[in-house]
Design a protein. Sequence first.
Length: 203
Amino acid sequence: MSEPPKFEVIDRRKMKAEEERESERAEPKPASPAPPVSGQPAPGPRLVVSEPRPEAAAPEPAPAPAEQQLHDELPAPPTAEESHQQKAAYDASAQRLEDLIRAQNPAAGAQPVMAFEHLVQQLYVTAMLQMGAGVQEGQQPRVDILGARATVDLLGILAEKTRGNLSQAEDRMLQSALFEARMAFLELTSMMSVPNVPPPAKK
């Protein structure tokens, strides 16, 4: 009759304690903190504020094809010195012209200084004249509808490009002029009759 198998009981708690002692001998002990120097705050938890990372500059939008073509066709801009000299020469020439006008007509006052409102009025009056306004009684109005549309569009471009750079009075005047010019254009084009155009021949 064979002998029963023998079982050996191993205490794993002793093995675990030995492994921990070996790991402690292998790992270096952390250095003890230096004593605080007088006048300095004791070491402890500190609030760390992370500095914001500099954001990458957004790529500039590619210019539109028409704008790029215009940019390529334009000559190099004048330098600041050239612009300064030209403005000085222009102002001197304008002053001589005004002196000549006063010499021929002493009663004439000084010419008004051009401002933004004069530009808006000039475009508005031009658009209205192109649509037949201001014709004396008995005369047939001459309408330039395509020229009027171009002038009204110029007023719209002026309003778009100067948005946010005008005073309240300037913006109100520009918006009113643009509204009135567009209304006159709509009234004029609504009265125009389109000639009957035959449909295209079927292939």
